[in-house]
Design a protein around this ligand. Structure first.
Ligand code: FMN
Length: 253
């Protein structure tokens, strides 16, 4: 990971407190983009965790890259393809604090033409942990097992298509369904094949799953700076990088 991202530990621990107090709505954040005509656009998205990581299942990877998901036909995809600089505005009601996260957003979709550039720009942000991960560990969920299977087939090299697949497994059935041409029917993943590919026992649902997966994109956010406000204490700070590329916390008030 590029230096030690001090904001990551802080953000993760504040989020944990908020989820415990308020539930999963604490993962809702507003994603602001710029439309191709220069006007602002803003919508709610769900934070899906740090790329490569799963809070309950060990993947062997860690990153300081924020993940959310989108349908490829969605307008935000056009916005980001035109102007990748974005801002997340994340209010956490349990602890009464606001994170305004400024960064660059990368779209990971089926037909990534610029995947080499994405790999290069994100490479130092996603790293392998110094641990041995047991692939067939029963404690691992299906998403992690599929990820580790493909990783093994790919000579243990992290790749973004594998990460997109892992996040597809992690969606709930109802949400997965919304990506297909029958958005009201939930799509379960019953199992995986020996290549890590998702399977549904019903051939019609399998077709819808594969169709939905084509419409499914990851939005990966590389953080550039964070403006943080605590309402209770009135503290206003910025996490930013210094001239030596180390993250620092600067108190403004
Ligand atoms: C609570 C909540 C969570 C949402 N989460 C997501 C999400 O994770 N990804 C997403 O693309 N849209 C999500 N949406 C829908 C978006 O807010 C938005 O309506 C949709 O993505 C289309 O936006 P766009 O036209 O700007 O692309 C969510 C909406 C709500 C109310």
């Amino acid at each position: 990971m590029s230096s030690s991202a001090s904001w990551k530990t802080f953000l993760a621990s504040q989020l944990k407190i908020n989820i415990e107090q308020q539930g999963l709505s604490s993962t809702y954040t507003s994603l602001a983009t710029v439309r191709p005509d220069g006007t602002p656009a803003n919508r709610t998205v769900v934070f899906r965790g740090f790329a490569g990581e799963d809070h309950s299942s060990e993947t062997g990877w860690q990153s300081d890259l924020l993940t959310t998901t989108s349908a490829i036909r969605s307008r935000k995809i056009t916005d980001i393809a035109t102007q990748p600089k974005i801002e997340l505005n994340w209010f956490m009601p349990g602890t009464q604090e606001q994170f305004r996260i400024h960064g660059k957003c990368y779209i990971i979709e089926e037909s990534n033409t610029d995947i080499n550039l994405i790999d290069k720009e994100l490479e130092e942000h996603i790293t392998k942990k110094d641990i041995n991960v047991e692939m067939n560990n029963d404690k691992n969920n299906l998403a992690t097992r599929a990820f580790l299977t493909r990783l093994k087939n790919n000579k243990k090299k992290f790749d973004w298509e594998n990460e997109r697949l892992r996040q597809w497994y992690r969606m709930n059935d109802h949400l997965r369904g919304t990506f297909s041409s029958e958005p009201k029917s939930p799509l379960e993943i019953n199992d995986m094949d020996n290549q890590g590919w998702f399977l549904n026992n019903d051939s019609k649902k399998q077709k819808l799953l594969e169709e939905g997966y084509k419409n499914f994109a990851l939005l990966i956010i590389k953080v550039e700076f964070i403006d943080h406000v605590e309402l209770i204490t009135g503290t206003h700070s910025i996490f930013k990088k210094d001239d030596n590329n180390n993250w620092i916390l600067k108190k403004l008030s």
